[in-house]
Ligand binder design. Structure first.
Ligand SMILES: Cc1cc2nc3c(=O)[nH]c(=O)nc-3n(C[C@H](O)[C@H](O)[C@H](O)COP(=O)(O)OP(=O)(O)OC[C@H]3O[C@@H](n4cnc5c(N)ncnc54)[C@H](O)[C@@H]3O)c2cc1C
Length: 610
């Protein structure tokens, strides 16, 4: 076993480019699995959602030796199922939680201007002012106007680079001009402001890759099944490789274990229940459902934020689509595959139809997804740092739990938990520097965007293709273009999802850690929610590209397609069920794909140069 201090020195070979080091290739997985068995890490992070990937990056960028293990795919939990907004939270402003607004707007500014400008972009959102008699109308405009103005002031004055245009007041005609589908009788005007929009799953992959580029071992399909303990201290974890279900569990040793397991956080404390550990916090799950409809179903150039009886509803433009969400209900069933029921869907349609001039029906729906909010509940003990948003607790020496919060503030959560880890590890104090660390693909992005027409001309593709690639890969786009140059077949659009290229599937498998067809159709691309066939018409083509990249034989290829189609069908069935119980029963008929690829030996994998 390598001592931790020695690992620090081998964080990254100077001769290896950051891009190469950040490539989550099949061979890299094999090497990282080996590292898990052989090394003792300073920090081992459990959970490859935004919090875990952020924590791994924070720790790696402080020069610590780091491993990240994720039971399924990167962002397979809540972090691919959010409303995809990087926002300050107008709601917190209303509740006068000014420090939370400030914190989130600072993060929004950092992400859009420095850390991930290729992935986080401004999106205009309108607050419609409801039709009301004279005095109420004045009150509404003053109330919301002040709120949105304060939001801009917080971002501009206190935030790190606003990165967003300022808000504007609109008359009823102005609002209808920007959003013709808004019912005129429902509004007296609107206020338009800006927030950030992100492809949540892609940002997580990018965080994990950036951590890998700094030397972190990143292994997906690696489920933690228990903790290693010496006396009353956690000194590592037991891991099962779900890609090789017949191989025995193995031990990974670490000086600090960080569990960033979202709605699975209580499972972590339960693994220590035999020693009577008090968890220090509890996390409950609240389900949020979103619908995806085509852009043509609603005419508008901005998003909407609407009040609902229980919460708020967003209608947000998403490429050629709209995302409409969300619900907010307790969930106690399968956490891996939360199911949307017919009731959830009709609730969302009812809410949005109150303000639309052409009501949406189920026939308009292209995709549906459900996610689980990890909400803190119960009391924190004296060792905890519990804000209304997130908490870091140390239920046992050597184990830190971090949970709660929201996507936007992942970096703050990551810095908090790694600060605690660093204090525990002792030695030189190393403050977080992730506020200064652009993610892979961010460096040189503004120039690449400016030169996109020239790049398109040079590569014989349309400017639209380059824009699509830049907004998903940033300056790493050059690697996809090189792949297409080497194999022009990769430049062809995907069957059933022509806005994506075959190259993106190959790249996902060779550089972005995608191990299964589902990873590619659901998270590296969003084909599963952006097409009425939900990816079923793309499955065969994408599986063929993955097979070519990963060396799958026919049996693996067919099994991947079969599983994906069964998953789509189970989701469709669940969405026709009246309530949570029946929807869950319909969805869990198809188990997770992890564990299917048992017969793919590590030694069969080839390193394919990009
Ligand atoms: C409907 C909805 C909308 C939202 N919208 C927004 C928004 O617009 N903006 C915003 O800022 N926030 C939003 N949020 C909140 C945000 O999405 C979450 O706070 C965030 O994604 C949580 O990330 P996480 O990494 O903590 O959890 P997760 O993403 O769930 O990650 C936990 C990971 O741990 C893994 N894991 C669990 N057990 C194990 C184990 N034993 N071994 C290994 N791995 C394990 C899981 O597989 C999972 O990948 C929304 C949330 C929901 C539900």
């Amino acid at each position: 076993m390598t001592p931790a201090s020695a690992n620090v020195g081998r964080v990254r070979e100077a001769s290896v480019s950051r891009y190469t080091a950040g490539r989550l290739s099949p061979i890299r997985r094999v090497a990282d699995l080996r590292r898990l068995r052989d090394e003792q890490f300073d920090v081992l992070v459990i959970g490859g959602g935004v919090t875990g990937a952020g924590a791994a990056l924070d720790a790696a960028s402080r020069g610590l030796s780091v491993a990240l293990v994720e039971a399924r795919d990167l962002a397979a939990g809540t972090s691919s199922r959010s409303s995809k907004l990087i926002h300050g939270g107008l709601r917190y402003l209303e509740q006068l939680e000014l420090h939370l607004v400030h914190e989130a707007l600072t993060e929004r500014g950092l992400l859009t201007s420095r850390l991930a400008p290729h992935l986080v972009r401004p999106v205009p959102i309108m607050v419609p002012l409801p039709a009301a008699p004279g005095p109420a109308r004045v009150w509404h405009r003053a109330y919301y106007g002040l709120g949105v103005a304060a939001y801009d002031v917080f971002a501009g004055v206190f935030g790190t680079g606003r990165g967003m245009p300022l808000h504007r007041h609109l008359t009823r005609d102005g609002a209808r001009h920007l959003f013709p589908s808004l019912r005129a009788d429902k509004i007296t005007g609107a206020i338009r402001y800006f927030d950030g929009q992100v492809d949540d799953a892609r940002l997580v992959v990018n965080l994990a890759r950036t951590a890998a580029s700094l030397g972190a071992a990143v292994v997906t399909s690696a489920r933690v099944t228990g903790f290693l303990r010496e006396a009353r201290e956690v000194v590592g974890v037991k891991v099962r490789d779900l890609e090789a279900p017949d191989s025995p569990e193995f031990e990974v040793r670490a000086r600090t274990v960080v569990a960033a397991t979202g709605v699975w956080s209580d499972d972590m404390s339960q693994m220590l229940s035999d020693v009577g550990v008090r968890p220090g916090m509890r996390v409950r799950a609240s389900k949020g459902v979103h619908l995806v409809v085509p852009r043509s179903a609603i005419t508008g150039e901005a998003g909407l934020i609407l009040r609902t009886p229980t919460s708020v509803l967003f209608v947000i433009p998403w490429g050629g689509h709209w995302i409409i969400g969300t619900t907010d209900t307790d969930w106690h069933l399968d956490r891996s595959h939360p199911a949307a029921s017919a009731r959830d869907i009709s609730y969302l349609l009812d809410q949005v139809n109150m303000v639309l001039d052409r009501p949406l029906t189920t026939a308009d729906i292209e995709g549906v997804y459900a996610g689980l909010r990890p909400l803190l509940s119960g009391e924190a003990d004296s060792t905890s740092k519990l804000s209304r948003e997130h908490a870091v607790v140390e239920p046992m020496l050597g184990l830190l739990l971090v949970a709660g919060g929201k996507y936007t503030t992942y970096r703050v959560m990551a810095a908090d938990v790694i600060d605690r880890a660093v204090r525990r590890l002792g030695g030189r104090s190393r403050p977080s520097r992730t506020d200064q660390l652009p993610l892979l693909g961010a460096d040189g992005y503004a120039a690449a965007w400016r030169d996109r027409q020239d790049t398109a001309r040079r590569h014989g593709v349309t400017a639209g293709v380059i824009e699509h690639l830049l907004e998903r890969y940033g300056t790493l786009t050059v690697h996809l273009l090189a792949m297409i140059e080497a194999d022009p077949a990769l430049g062809t659009p995907l069957a059933g999802a022509p806005e994506y290229l075959a190259a993106e599937v190959a790249y996902a498998a060779l550089a972005e850690g995608a191990l299964h067809l589902d990873d590619v159709l659901t998270r590296r691309t969003r084909i599963s929610i952006e097409t009425p066939h939900r990816g079923s018409e793309t499955a065969a083509h994408a599986a063929q590209v993955m097979a070519d990249a990963l060396g799958w034989d026919k049996a693996v290829q067919e099994r991947e397609i079969e599983h994906y189609l069964a998953r789509v069908e189970a989701e469709r069935q669940s969405q026709m069920m009246p309530d949570d119980l029946t929807a869950d029963a319909a969805r869990i008929g198809v188990p997770d794909v992890r564990g299917f690829a048992a017969d793919r030996g590590a030694d069969d994998l080839l390193e394919i140069d990009l």
